[in-house]
Write a protein that binds this ligand. Structure first.
Ligand SMILES: [Zn+2]
Ligand SMILES: [Zn+2]
Length: 1017
């Protein structure tokens, strides 16, 4: 007889099976078909956050990619048209730093010596160094994304769209060059934007904590000391964790309304805020006077370092502006005390050291007070001038400076502090706050819109919206987006030195049509140094040259909604034809200040629209013990090892279901192995069970009339099935693959542990009666629905099962599960009362098994009675309905409803309970019960022998036995039952012959020799 379905290997090698499916998808172009089939359907837009292919993909890429994959697969099955275009991030510091390492370059001077053209050529080559690995890995994890047409940020078309976006902002007055405090990486030699800074904080940075004495001038001392007739010098005490900024000090700030103490230290006085007096570490504090902050303002003190003595320029703010004017040499330089609102009484001394060249508040104070400005550090972070600590990197100079001040009697005390400090997110060099000129996008001008538009976005998890992301927008600062670097989208701003005019270019054509345009040689390349050579004439007659900066690579990726389509130069209808904004994006939580922000900022500013409607924000991935994975801890898990052992689907399933997307998840080989044992194998075994029996009976669902099943068990599992279809759909519509996956898991567990187990004998029965057919129909229906439900999560396993379940019986079925439609629930099938009853049966049975195991009575030993204590009388009806199932399940003869706990605690009763129910089983074993138990044991041994003899499930046999009188008694008494269960045509009390497969066993106190032999057919 020909088999309807392909036989299933219970020991299937999942990784190999996945490789075969990959080949099938490729030759049949299934991904493309899945998209094209839905053309004309509603658009579902997914944006790929572009990775850089200059390093090998790692586990964090796996997690984001599998989450990115599931939702569009689901939407496609729902009928949406969902092309997914891949992308590659190719610009920026991450790329430059890798190339610098390879070439052994350590500074910008090195790069310029090497040649910007050669350096950029190396960058261009390096960005696809691991392209092959990326493509192979993307393929292998089943992430369906169109890499053939991926957008690449370094292409001229892409860059031109970025220029267009910048020009649009420029025209609206949103781009400016500012003299502002910027976080500066001295190694990379460039400013970082606030969102880049936000990615590199280290909470455990040890820095010096020094208390410095600033000596009041004689005149100012007198103004204070006259009042109480003292002649000792007076010092203002200030605190800093960055001693390297002290040569740049040009003012001290106090709180006008606070009280300050003049404390007698012995040889001198110090002034310090009353509230912070304990930092002096004095056993007894001798306060000579209390002075209001406002009386300190205006006092003068001697500079720690007069810049003129060290060959460093002294500049001064023209008050109220950011312009600086060089100051003449002054040997008697004095600085003054100012009052300011930012002075804190929480730490320090209540007197703040101000160095306007470093730090935001210092700069603001310098501007408003017209303070001096001393910049004694170059952009590499080295001290300039003739100081004894000149030429040292600032962090190295800290010690030398403290030492120098100590020798001069200007150091009060020195300790260390552990605090939070920002480091370069790419090269881990400590960042320095520097006042310098940079180009900014005035995002603050549209802050309200950024905040309002965020309300239109669905964040998963939801708390990110007004938490992490919302806070970030509330505290918005302008986007410092120029970089003094080489490999990036060139800043499209040209400058005339003659008349100091700036001009922004919005397209190649715009540039080429400028009067006097020149420098074009060969094909245009929108990169340095090529673009640096493109010039044109200024209306004043001068020459327009490009500003040398490139732009933040986060601008590139944030502009991908339009740049991937070369908008507006092509695809002019993009914004209104369903391709914008994204319906869905998904990345790790650190992107709230990275890509999530840059997408949102550009789209809000240029289009006054959101860039994405739904975003899954993924938590971090940890090792098995819950520790962060890192190279130094040597606990990084290689995804390829896990894929080779268990296959992609087990790993994917684990990642979806281990914890909700926003939370961190642990990851290890063992944890994925658990998924294999607890979910995938049980599912595969149910499938294999079905195929095996269906083939024996030549069951074909196409020939079935599919009447509504009448058996309670069938109606129950179909009710559960339709219920989860409904709920899984709603979970996925709410971007919650975790709940959806967990629901499917518990369904499969119910299907395997209750439905199939309790239906087994329905499939064994030899006659092809209605009930058997109904069981086949029901199980087929469950499996065929499950494969489509899990298809977005486990694209391989579902495909393997689908191919057999669907295509074996219907040549016209879609050729892949990914071309089918997602199941739709039939709510008429959902029977909540039946579900509740069966749930009760499952729970009571579990309690019964637990009581049996506590009493060490095997399930094969029949018992007389179980007593059940319920929650309410409503449940008595339910219990009645499922009574037979429970009794059969537990191998017990009778059931009684108990009315109190006491009834369950009598002699001979073993009880068991969970938080809702309690049961007790009578453990008395009568000779009749014992005999029945032995019969069951014998059946089990014969079944084992049948398997050992490799008989087919349907083979009829002769059973031989030898044993004591008790055994013969049991055999005679239960002959019918034993024959039926084991398909024995005859049971013969004699020694098994040579042809029989035989073995002897010990059953309690009795020995038995058993043999089985196949009947001649
Ligand atoms: Zn750096
Ligand atoms: Zn000009």
């Amino acid at each position: 007889m020909s088999q309807v379905f392909q036989p299933v290997d219970t020991k299937v090698n999942f990784p190999n099976q996945e490789e075969e499916i990959l080949a099938f998808w490729k030759t049949q172009d299934i991904f493309k078909k899945s998209i094209e089939n839905r053309k004309g359907g509603k658009h579902f837009v997914f944006y790929e956050g572009p990775p850089t292919a200059n390093g090998n993909p790692g586990i964090h890429h796996v997690i984001s990619r599998v989450f990115k994959d599931a939702i569009p697969r689901y939407k496609t099955m729902q009928g949406y048209y969902a092309p997914r275009i891949g992308g590659w991030d190719t610009h920026g510091l991450p790329v430059e730093i890798e190339v610098e390492k390879t070439l052994g370059l350590t500074s910008k001077t090195d790069i310029e010596k090497y040649g910007i053209d050669r350096f950029n050529q190396k960058c261009r080559e390096s960005v696809f160094k691991y392209l092959k690995e990326w493509i192979a890995f993307t393929d292998r994890i089943g992430f369906w994304v169109d890499l053939d047409n991926a957008y690449i940020t370094m292409k001229n078309d892409y860059i031109e769209s970025c220029w267009w976006s910048i020009k649009k902002m420029w025209d609206e007055g949103l781009v400016y060059k500012g003299y502002k405090t910027a976080a500066h990486c001295p190694r990379c030699g460039t400013s970082l934007s606030s969102h880049e800074v936000a990615q590199g904080y280290d909470d455990n940075t040890t820095d010096p904590s020094v208390y410095i004495k600033f000596k009041l001038t004689l005149e100012s001392s007198k103004a204070i000391s006259n009042k109480f007739n003292a002649v000792k010098p007076i010092f203002l005490l200030a605190w800093t964790t960055t001693p390297w900024t002290l040569p740049g000090n040009t003012a001290l700030a106090v709180d006008a309304s606070a009280d300050y103490a003049l404390v007698d230290i012995g040889e001198y006085f110090v002034i310090i805020a009353n509230k912070l007096i304990e930092v002096l570490d004095l056993a007894e504090v001798d306060i000579q006077a209390t002075i209001k902050g406002e009386s300190l303002a205006g006092l003068e003190y001697e500079p720690l370092y007069n810049p003129h003595d060290y060959n460093v320029d002294r500049m001064r703010f023209i008050a109220g502006t950011t312009e600086l004017e060089k100051q003449p040499e002054d040997k008697d330089l004095k600085y003054r005390v100012i009052s300011a609102s930012f002075v804190s009484m929480d730490d320090g001394t209540g007197i703040v050291h101000i160095a306007p060249a470093f730090g935001e508040v210092d700069f603001e104070a310098g501007k408003s007070e017209g303070l001096d400005f001393v910049q004694h550090v170059d952009l590499s972070g080295n001290i300039i001038g003739d100081y004894s600590f000149a030429n040292l990197f600032v962090k190295k100079a800290d010690k030398e400076i403290s030492h120098d001040l100590q020798e001069r009697g200007l150091l009060y005390k020195e300790t260390t502090i552990v605090h939070t400090y920002p480091f370069c997110w790419r090269c881990t060099t400590p960042l320095l706050y520097f006042v310098k000129q940079s180009w900014y996008i005035r995002t603050t001008a549209r802050k309200d819109r950024l905040i309002d538009l965020n309300q239109e976005i669905n964040w998963y998890p939801e708390h990110i919206k007004n938490g992490r992301f919302g806070d970030w927008l509330e505290n918005n600062v302008d986007w410092a987006f120029s970089r003094e670097r080489y490999w990036g989208t060139p800043l499209p701003i040209w400058h005339c030195e003659t008349c100091d005019t700036y001009d922004c270019i919005g397209s190649i054509q715009d540039l080429e049509s400028k009067p006097g345009f020149s420098g074009l040689t060969g094909e245009i390349d929108l990169h340095r140094p090529y673009v640096d050579g493109l010039t044109y004439s200024c209306s004043c007659g001068g020459l327009m040259r490009r500003q040398s900066e490139v732009i933040d690579c986060w601008f590139d990726s944030g502009n991908m909604p339009i740049a991937q389509y070369h908008y507006p130069f092509e695809n002019e209808t993009l914004l209104d034809d369903g391709r914008f904004p994204a319906d869905f994006i998904c990345e790790a939580i650190d992107q709230t200040r990275g890509w999530f922000y840059s997408l949102h900022a550009i789209s809000s500013l240029n289009f006054d629209r959101v860039a994405y409607r739904n975003v899954i924000c993924l938590g971090h991935i940890l090792d098995e013990k819950g520790e962060k994975m890192s190279k130094s801890r040597n606990n990084v898990v290689q995804p390829s090892a896990i894929i080779d052992k268990y296959g992609t689907d087990a790993m994917r399933w684990y990642l979806y279901t281990a914890s909700p997307p926003g939370q961190s998840r642990r990851f290890s080989e063992n944890l994925v192995g658990e998924v294999m044992r607890q979910f995938i194998l049980p599912l595969w075994n149910v499938y294999s069970f079905f195929i095996t029996y269906a083939n024996i009976d030549s069951y074909n669902p196409r020939n079935s009339s599919q009447p509504t099943p009448t058996a309670e068990l069938d109606r129950w599992i179909l009710s559960e099935l339709n219920d989860i279809v409904l709920k899984v759909t709603s979970d996925l519509d709410g971007y919650d693959p975790t709940s959806a996956g967990r629901r499917i898991e518990s369904f499969v567990s119910a299907l395997s542990n209750w439905y199939v187990r309790r239906s087994r004998r329905r499939f064994w029965k030899s006659e092809n009666d209605e009930d058997k057919l109904a069981a086949y129909d029901t199980l087929y229906n469950c499996l065929y629905t499950i494969v489509r439900l899990v298809a977005p999560f486990m694209p391989f396993l579902s495909e393997a099962m689908y191919q057999n379940l669907a295509l074996s019986v219907d040549a016209y079925a879609p050729e892949s599960v990914h071309l089918t439609s997602f199941p739709v629930a039939d709510t008429d099938m959902v029977d909540t009362e039946l579900a509740a009853s069966t749930q009760l049966a499952i729970r009571i049975s579990a309690l019964g098994r637990s009581a049996r195991s506590q009493a060490s009575i095997k399930i094969r030993q029949p018992l007389a009675v179980i007593k059940v204590l319920l929650q309410s009388s409503v449940e008595e009806t339910r219990l009645d309905r499922v009574k037979e199932q429970i009794l059969e399940e537990l191998n017990i003869k009778e059931m009684e409803v108990a009315h109190s706990q006491d009834e369950l605690e009598k002699d001979g009763i073993r009880s068991s309970s969970d938080n809702l129910y309690a049961i007790g089983i009578d453990t008395t074993i009568t000779p009749e019960l014992e005999s029945e138990g032995l019969a069951r044991e014998i059946v089990r041994r014969i079944q084992t022998l049948r398997r050992e003899a490799d008989f087919d499930i349907a083979d009829r046999i002769i059973t031989y036995y030898e044993g004591d009188g008790r055994i013969s008694e049991v055999m005679n008494e239960h002959e019918c039952y034993i024959s039926r269960e084991t398909l024995s045509e005859r049971i013969v009390n004699e020694e098994p012959g040579e042809k029989a497969c035989s073995s002897s066993y010990k059953l309690d106190a009795h020995s038995i020799l058993l043999g089985v032999e196949k009947m001649a057919s």
